[in-house]
Design a protein around this ligand. Structure first.
Ligand code: DGT
Ligand code: CA
Ligand code: CA
Length: 578
């Protein structure tokens, strides 16, 4: 038995490593994808797979999990590791997957570096680049070598951050444990997590309680604590066995609001508030807002803001990016909420690389409170995803018509996620695209074109009047793939000219548009479509993560395309096609 409970994120990591190693070995892309899909499925799964197994539930009911993967999950839960991974590690050095974290290095290049130069580690990669040995390899060249050196420097400078969705799997259970300690009024995850940053450096938990000692005691003895770095009367820092650091502060209930404000940050927002306090002859600290020795506010965040002459500011905005000025002027946006979403404009089914049927996806969407969804399979170019050619697309359109005639309370739109080819043309003929209710265009290849070329490619795609939405516009994958180098201002302006929209892809590993781009789109008057990119019935939950990012980007309900009624949406789509 492994010493500690195996989390879904741990299983996902094993599958991710298997996929990486298989890919470097040049294995069948379908096999690689099966592991990746399973990893993603596990990361998103709301309940621990270990618990499902303990209750005797059948993991094969999860999307993308067949006999083989179900057996592997059971193996990982039981033993903490997986023979398939160990075998791959004998064939390839385990450190080699680190190389994939460097932009410009895909599996094929990593294999070449390993086979021809014996490169296994980032250090060896740097050495080879500095020695000018990489440029000599076929398919690399001096420019790539330079880019690798630059990427290595950036990689070294950036501290390790964890995706928010993964941090949540460790932080939420811990928070719940602390909330159960007798005497605790509230336990809140603060810091960058509460501000909905896409990644977090560490977790900050604030507890308000009459007495701190029982909370501190429970915290340092939590089953998953690997190391206690510091433990005082009201604050402590631990590192969990998974490597995630957690800071805890315990305060008295009358300080809760001031402390929550302080530990939510961001630091720059805190400093700006403190200055306002000073200008009013007040002192702001994590214990409250004080005039001399008298506390004038602090039990709630709103009480502190109010005493500073401000309305409450949502955590997602607290980055000192103009939110205080906007608050003072009464111009804070009413940020979009999950309940504002009426539809989802990016959904896959079994017809391409999704796991569930059209009908199942429709039923799940209705259960998730949605009124419409656009079915947007991949197009033929994306063979690994079983992309649709015109004939299969037409067949699906007929199926959708038939299902719409039957279903109540949910409408399916006929869409496609069409590949944007390297020259900016779309992967399907215009006459087929014209028959779709909406066309989502996406880049799935040639991510590292130089800026001018990449920008030209996207602009050309946007020129096509059939294109309705540009999917995941930067194509970054958090912690894995850098954003494409593209002139986003020109893209946003072209979208406005053309009357089309930009997607905020809500997969928690993508969250693409970035928050700053959402804000740009808002300022330029381009609506953002929050799309789940669902590949299974549970994936509508992605929308919550997308909402967090949208809120960080200052988007209100009016700034989001899929808050519109179906009739309004149809009008907006038609307008863009004129
Ligand atoms: P992270 O952990 O890197 O994702 O980002 P945060 O924002 O969670 O930063 P962290 O964990 O270092 O600190 C949590 C909060 O505590 C931070 O958002 C604001 C507050 N804080 C930390 N250090 C300072 C400081 O020196 N001055 C002020 N005013 N606030 C601070
Ligand atoms: Ca933090
Ligand atoms: Ca911290």
């Amino acid at each position: 038995m492994p010493a500690m409970p195996v989390h879904n994120a741990d299983i996902a990591r094993v599958f991710g490593q298997i996929a990486d190693l298989l890919e470097i070995e040049g294995a069948n892309p379908f096999r690689v994808r099966a592991y990746r899909n399973a990893a993603r499925e596990l990361e998103m799964l709301g309940v621990p797979a270990a618990g499902m197994l303990a209750r005797g539930e059948d993991l094969r009911e999860l999307p993308g999990i067949g006999d083989d993967l179900a057996a592997k999950i059971a193996e990982i839960v039981a033993t903490g590791s997986c023979k398939a991974l160990e075998k791959l590690r004998q064939e390839l050095p385990p450190t080699i997957t680190q190389l994939l974290e460097i932009p410009h290095l895909g599996p094929r290049r990593v294999r070449a570096l390993h086979e021809r130069l014996g490169v296994q580690t980032l250090e060896q990669l740097a050495e080879a680049a500095r020695g000018g040995r990489i440029r000599a390899l076929a398919g690399f060249g001096p420019k790539t070598e330079e880019a690798i050196l630059e990427a290595l420097a950036q990689h070294a400078a950036a501290p390790a951050r964890l995706e928010r969705v993964i941090a949540a799997q460790y932080a939420e259970p811990l928070r719940a444990v602390l909330a159960e300690v007798p005497g605790v009024r509230e336990a809140v995850i603060a810091g960058s997590f509460r501000r909905a940053r896409e990644t977090v450096g560490d977790i900050d938990i604030l507890v308000s309680a009459g007495a701190a000692a029982p909370v501190m005691d429970r915290f340092v003895h939590y089953e998953e604590v690997g190391e206690v770095l510091a433990a005082g009367d009201t604050r402590a820092t631990v590192v969990l066995k998974c490597g995630l650091q957690v800071d805890l502060r315990v305060v008295a209930p009358e300080s809760h609001g001031a402390a929550l404000l302080y530990f939510t940050g961001a630091k720059a927002h805190n400093i700006a508030l403190r200055r306002i306090a000073q200008s009013r002859g007040l002192k702001l600290s994590e214990y409250g807002l004080f005039r001399g020795a008298r506390r004038t506010a602090g039990a709630t965040e709103a009480s502190v803001y109010r005493a500073l002459g401000l309305p409450w500011i949502a955590p997602e905005l607290r980055e000192d990016r103009g939110e205080i000025e906007a608050a003072r002027a009464g111009k804070l946006p009413r940020l979009v909420e999950r309940a504002d979403l009426r539809g989802d404009l990016h959904v896959h089914t079994r017809a391409s690389d999704g796991h569930d049927t059209l009908r199942a996806m429709a039923d799940a969407a209705r259960a998730a409170g949605l009124e419409y969804i656009a079915i947007t399979e991949h197009s033929r170019r994306l063979t690994v995803a079983h992309g649709l050619d015109p004939e299969r697309l037409r067949r699906q359109m007929a199926e959708i018509d038939a299902l719409n005639a039957e279903l109540e309370g949910i409408t399916l739109l006929k869409g496609i996620e069409v590949d944007i080819l390297e020259d900016g043309r779309l992967d399907l003929p215009d006459e087929v695209l014209a028959d779709c209710d909406l066309v989502v265009g996406a880049v799935h290849s040639a991510f590292d074109l130089p800026r001018a070329k990449q920008t030209r490619r996207i602009l050309r795609a946007l020129e096509n009047p059939r294109l309705s939405i540009l999917a995941h516009p930067t194509n970054r994958v958090i912690g894995t793939r850098a954003a494409c180098d593209v002139d986003m201002l020109r893209v946003v302006r072209q979208a406005r000219e053309r009357g089309c929209f930009l997607e905020l892809n809500a997969q928690p590993g993508r969250l693409d548009l970035l928050d700053t781009h959402c804000r740009l789109a808002r300022e330029e008057g381009v609506l953002v479509a929050i799309g789940s990119d669902a590949h299974g019935v549970r994936d509508y939950a992605n929308l919550d993560w997308g909402i967090g990012q949208a809120r960080r980007g200052w988007l209100g309900a009016a700034d989001v395309l899929n808050t519109r009624t179906l009739a309004q949406l149809r009008r907006l789509l038609a307008k863009g096609r004129r």
